[in-house]
Design a protein around this ligand. Structure first.
Ligand SMILES: [Zn+2]
Ligand SMILES: [Zn+2]
Length: 339
C-alpha cells in the first residue's frame, strides 16, 4: 500500500509500505478520504519544521477486517462499516486523561512508517486502529465522514463554551472551522448567528450558507450587538471578541494564536458580568459520538458539501498540498482507491 510523506518544504513523495495487520482489539480500515488541514499546510509551506513526516489526521474509510477480540463485542464495528476515525493517541494514564480530559493527553505516541518516519495515520491507504477509535456513519458520504475530526473539535468547542439553545452567537473567522461552528450552533438552536471576516468573499459565502448577519471586524459590534458566545476561529479578533461578549457570555479561543498574543478583559468586568474566557483544544470520545451522529443524520449535509473546495486522488497529493498553500480554501481532500 502507498503512504505520502512530506520530505521538505514543497516536497511530497509516495512510498510503498507493508500492508498492516490489525491487533486483536483493532480493525483494519481502508481509507476513503483525508482532509488537508492547517497542520499539513504549515508543514508543506515550511512554516512548521517537522520533516520527514506522513501527516493527515481527518479520515474516513471502510472496515475491511476486524481483530480476533473485536467481532464478539456487541455494537463493535463490523466488516463493511463506513467509519470516521479518531487518530489521536489517548494514553488514559497521564494526569489529564485520568481526569477524563483526554483532549489534553500529555503522551504523544503517534505511529510510524516501516522506516521509523513519524506518521499521523491519515496519508496512507490502509490503517490498523483500535476498534474503539472508529465511529460508524451509516450511509453518509465519505467526504462528510472525513470531516469527523474537525466536527468533533467543533462539538468540543460548543461543549466547552457552555453553549445552550437560544444563545446569540458570533463566529470570528469565516473559514472552514468557523463555518462548521456556524452549522452546528444552528442545529443546536442558536437564536442568531453572525460571521465576522475581513474577506468579502467569505462574508458573502457565510451569508449564502445561512448566517443571520455578516460583518467586517470594524462594524461587527454595531451590526451584531452583544453575543452570548463568541467563537474565535481566526488568528486575530481577540479584542473584538471581548468587546462583543454579553454579560454571562463566553469568549472561546478555538484557533491557534501567535505565542505573544494575549486576551485582555478587565478583571472587575469579568467578575461583575461573569464573562468566561475558554480555551479549546482537540476533542474527546463523547465529542466523536456526537460528531458521528451529526454526520450520519445528514442534518448539516448541505453545509458540509459547501465546504469541499477540491478533491485529488493520492497520486496527485502534491497538487492538493500546493493548492492549500497557494490560496484560501475551505477543505481540500485526498481520496484513496484506484488512481
Ligand atoms: Zn484538523
Ligand atoms: Zn494521556
Amino acid at each position: 500500500m502507498r503512504a505520502a510523506v512530506i520530505t521538505g518544504p514543497g516536497q511530497v513523495e509516495l512510498r510503498d509500505e507493508p500492508y498492516p495487520t490489525p491487533g486483536s482489539d483493532q480493525v483494519l480500515v481502508e481509507l476513503a478520504a483525508c482532509g488537508v488541514c492547517t497542520f499539513e499546510r504549515r508543514i508543506f509551506a515550511g512554516d512548521k519544521r517537522w520533516c520527514p513526516v506522513s501527516p493527515g489526521h481527518e479520515v474516513s474509510g471502510s472496515v475491511v477486517e476486524v481483530g480476533s477480540g473485536v467481532d464478539a463485542l456487541e455494537g463493535s464495528p463490523q466488516v463493511g462499516d463506513a467509519v470516521t476515525v479518531d487518530l489521536l493517541t489517548r494514553c488514559l494514564t497521564c494526569g489529564p486523561c485520568r481526569r477524563g480530559r483526554t483532549a489534553l493527553c500529555r503522551y504523544r505516541q503517534g505511529r510510524s512508517l516501516s522506516d521509523g518516519t513519524f506518521s499521523f495515520g491519515g496519508f496512507v491507504e490502509t490503517i490498523s486502529v483500535d476498534a474503539k477509535s472508529t465511529y460508524p456513519v451509516g450511509n453518509a458520504p465519505m467526504l462528510h465522514a472525513a470531516m469527523g475530526e474537525p466536527i468533533a473539535c467543533s462539538v468540543h468547542s460548543l461543549r466547552r463554551a457552555g453553549f445552550t439553545p437560544g444563545a446569540r452567537v458570533a463566529v470570528i473567522g469565516g473559514g472552514f472551522m468557523g463555518r462548521l461552528h456556524m452549522a452546528l450552533v444552528r442545529v443546536e438552536g442558536a437564536a442568531a448567528i453572525g460571521v465576522v471576516d475581513i474577506s468579502e468573499e467569505r462574508r458573502r459565502e457565510a451569508a449564502e450558507a445561512g448566517a443571520d448577519w455578516v460583518a467586517q471586524p470594524g462594524e461587527a459590534c454595531r451590526v451584531g450587538g452583544l453575543q452570548d458566545v463568541v467563537f474565535v476561529t481566526a488568528m486575530g479578533g481577540l479584542d473584538l471578541a471581548v468587546e462583543m461578549v454579553a454579560p454571562g457570555g463566553s469568549v472561546v479561543l478555538y484557533s491557534a494564536f501567535d505565542p505573544e498574543a494575549t486576551v485582555g478583559v478587565a478583571a472587575d468586568q469579568a467578575h461583575r458580568d461573569e464573562v468566561s474566557i475558554v480555551g479549546v483544544f482537540n476533542q474527546e470520545p463523547e465529542d466523536w459520538r456526537r460528531a458521528a451522529a451529526v454526520i450520519r443524520s445528514g442534518v448539516i449535509a448541505d453545509d458540509l458539501d459547501r465546504l469541499v473546495t477540491a478533491r485529488f486522488p493520492l497520486s496527485r497529493v502534491q497538487e492538493a498540498l500546493t493548492l492549500v498553500t497557494s490560496r484560501p480554501t475551505y477543505r481540500v481532500f485526498v481520496e484513496y482507491g484506484p488512481g
